[in-house]
Design a protein around this ligand. Sequence first.
Ligand SMILES: Cc1cc2nc3c(=O)[nH]c(=O)nc-3n(C[C@H](O)[C@H](O)[C@H](O)COP(=O)(O)OP(=O)(O)OC[C@H]3O[C@@H](n4cnc5c(N)ncnc54)[C@H](O)[C@@H]3O)c2cc1C
Length: 213
Amino acid sequence: MNVLIIYAHPYPASLNAALKDRAVSVLQDAGHMVKVSDLYAMKFKAVLDQNDFLKPCNRDYFSVPGEQMAGVRNGTLAPDIQAEMHKVKWADLLIFQFPIWWSSTPAILKGWIDRVLAQGFAVNLAEGKLYQEGLLSGKKALISTTAGSPPEFYSEGGPHGDINHHLMSLWHNTIEFCGMEVVPTFYVFNVGVMDDLQVNAELERYEEYLRLL
Ligand SMILES: Cc1cc2nc3c(=O)[nH]c(=O)nc-3n(C[C@H](O)[C@H](O)[C@H](O)COP(=O)(O)OP(=O)(O)OC[C@H]3O[C@@H](n4cnc5c(N)ncnc54)[C@H](O)[C@@H]3O)c2cc1C
């Protein structure tokens, strides 16, 4: 299996980095091919704008979906977008590794989604290619994320509400929208108060999860 880890954390010694590194070693040991898009290390451009389109198809009016469709069709998207698209095409499994920030993803990961999962590449609304018909169907995706809050804060009826509702725009309206199958999310809660033993236990739990996957 080909695995692409889209990793969004600014610090190489973070817990998220440790989870990413553990995934790389476990998956490679199991014989899988792994690539990592380390968005901060790559200084990945997080904002979609007109510079993403090297040869705009309409110079009178900037329509993002229209430019994305033309850019995909003509191979005229910015090189960093095209490089990520090649990796996505190559991958059977995408792993999104990130900390929960404001009950969502870090902005750099949102930018990756905006720019890489482009119209004409991941979905085609004009042709109804979305959800089961999405252009990335046949691929799987795993969300692996960490939260400062304890799990009861993010439960149904808890102060924050069910975390699956917060991440629905990622697992349903993005991943499933593009046709990919979502596997159960791997959560680590309460990360601010963990000691080394607990961190190691969570890394072991992730390793076991990936082996069963
Ligand atoms: C902008 C912002 C918004 C946020 N919003 C939310 C929110 O809405 N909801 C919420 O719940 N939380 C929120 N948080 C908290 C955030 O989710 C956590 O800070 C994040 O999940 C921690 O992940 P990390 O990789 O940065 O952990 P780190 O801070 O790197 O690590 C966590 C702990 O594990 C230890 N550790 C890390 N790696 C190892 C290792 N290899 N071995 C042993 N120990 C290790 C560290 O020393 C530390 O004690 C927010 C934080 C920020 C900055």
